[in-house]
Design a protein around this ligand. Structure first.
Ligand SMILES: *Cc1c(COP(=O)(O)O)cnc(C)c1O
Length: 395
């Protein structure tokens, strides 16, 4: 009896339902144009918001760190894996975010999975937005605190869940939200969330993975965007999107960071980030600290593309960020348009369908970057216009 036959059957099931992930292969660096499965295409898919993923300053910093520190960290952070550059990155991040302290992790996913179970425990309650990222969901599952889920960005439901948690005798409460929701590009009403949480003496944690380097002054993130400095206990971020490298972090008051250094399990039990990655992260934070140029260009590009799509007759949903969903509804239509864009028009823009978004809400999600030139955006708009007409989606 083949013990993994059930997996073959499950994979066939995914295949039949059209739900099996097709993984594309990129040959060469990230950028406005990339080589995908042997074809040169306009990149509308990556989270490289500021074009830093192949920036020569980051690459030079990584090379210098390789020479000075080598490639491997050798240990977890709490044993022998904390190199001077890890401390340096944490100081720069805290300064950039305008908070007391920061702790870095190997990834944003790891930051959530490590921080949430360390911050709350049995007797506590986590109140979480129903559309929060998978890494938050997993972090919540790992925690021994009870969980309550509120309707997406619905402040009266948040209030009701908090009232119930208090009535049930919760010791501590932690409200968790994504900063920017990555499928629609909408921004969490963080000002209202903080006001509501305050009424119940609840802590607030925001995962700013898609807001970092995008929202706020010079990309300082959602807390800066809403002017909520000092009112959010836990800011989670990633170094893998706008910052262009890989890694994650938690920024906030000193006791939060000090406690995570004692109890966040990936900090204690998984090896530190590698020296070249950390050095590239530092270079990236420096670039953002010094100039708003890339962030300004990102927003200019995003506005230009969104307005162009709208005037062509496409529905771009209710995005408030450079994430530009092209709402199509039908799963097959979204997939066919994406395929046509790729095969005929040299545009790489992924279709997103059930179960990532609800049934009947399929879309193509265009990720705009500061790396796009004006001509790239025009190419993208012409491609959507042509493919959209071929399929009768627009006139
Ligand atoms: C991408 C993302 C993460 C994961 O970050 P990585 O650094 O890629 O692990 C976590 N949370 C949110 C909201 C994200 O969008």
């Amino acid at each position: 009896m083949d013990k993994v036959e059930y997996l073959r059957e499950q994979l066939t099931g995914l295949e039949k339902a059209g739900l099996r992930n097709q993984i594309r292969h990129i040959d060469g660096p990230q950028g406005a144009w990339i080589n995908v499965d042997g074809r040169r295409v306009l990149n509308f898919c990556s989270n490289n918001y500021l074009g830093l993923a192949d920036d020569e300053r980051l690459i030079a910093a990584a090379k210098a760190a390789l020479d000075r520190y080598g490639i491997g960290p050798g240990a977890v952070r709490t044993i022998a894996g904390t190199m001077t550059i890890h401390d340096e990155l944490e100081r720069r991040l805290a300064a950039f975010k305008g908070v007391e302290a920061a702790i870095s992790f190997q990834a944003g996913f790891v930051a959530n999975a490590g921080a949430i179970p360390a911050l709350v425990d049995a007797g506590d309650v986590i109140v979480t937005d129903e559309l929060n990222h998978a890494s938050i969901i997993d972090g919540v599952r790992l925690a021994r605190a009870a969980r309550k889920i509120y309707k997406h960005a619905d402040m009266s439901d948040l209030d009701a869940q908090l009232a119930t948690a208090r009535a049930e005798g919760a010791r501590r409460i932690l409200v968790i939200t994504d900063g920017v929701f990555s499928m629609d590009g909408d921004v969490a009403p963080l000002d209202a969330i903080v006001d509501t949480a305050d009424r119940y003496a609840a802590m607030v944690m925001v995962d700013d993975a898609h807001g970092e380097g995008v929202l706020g002054r010079g990309g300082r993130g959602i807390v800066d965007h809403f002017g909520l400095s000092g009112r959010v206990e836990v800011e989670v971020g990633t170094m893998s999107k706008a910052f262009g490298v890989v890694g994650g972090y938690v920024a906030g008051p000193q006791p939060v960071v000090d406690w995570l250094r004692q109890r966040a399990r990936p900090f204690l039990f998984s090896s530190a980030a590698t020296p070249p990655d950390v050095a590239a992260c530092i270079a990236s934070v420096d670039i953002l600290s010094e100039s708003t140029e890339l962030v300004d260009r990102l927003w200019m590009n995003a506005r230009r593309f969104r307005e162009g799509m709208q005037s062509l007759g496409f529905d771009t949903g209710f995005t408030q960020t450079p994430i530009t969903p092209v709402m199509l509804g039908d799963e097959k239509v979204a997939r066919e348009l994406s395929q046509r864009l790729f095969d005929i028009h040299q545009v790489f823009a992924q279709a997103i369908a059930y179960p990532t978004v609800p049934m009947g809400k399929a879309r193509i999600r265009v990720m705009i970057s500061a790396a796009h030139e004006r001509g790239d955006l025009d190419h993208g708009l012409e491609a959507f216009a042509a493919a959209g007409r071929e399929m009768g989606i627009v006139e």
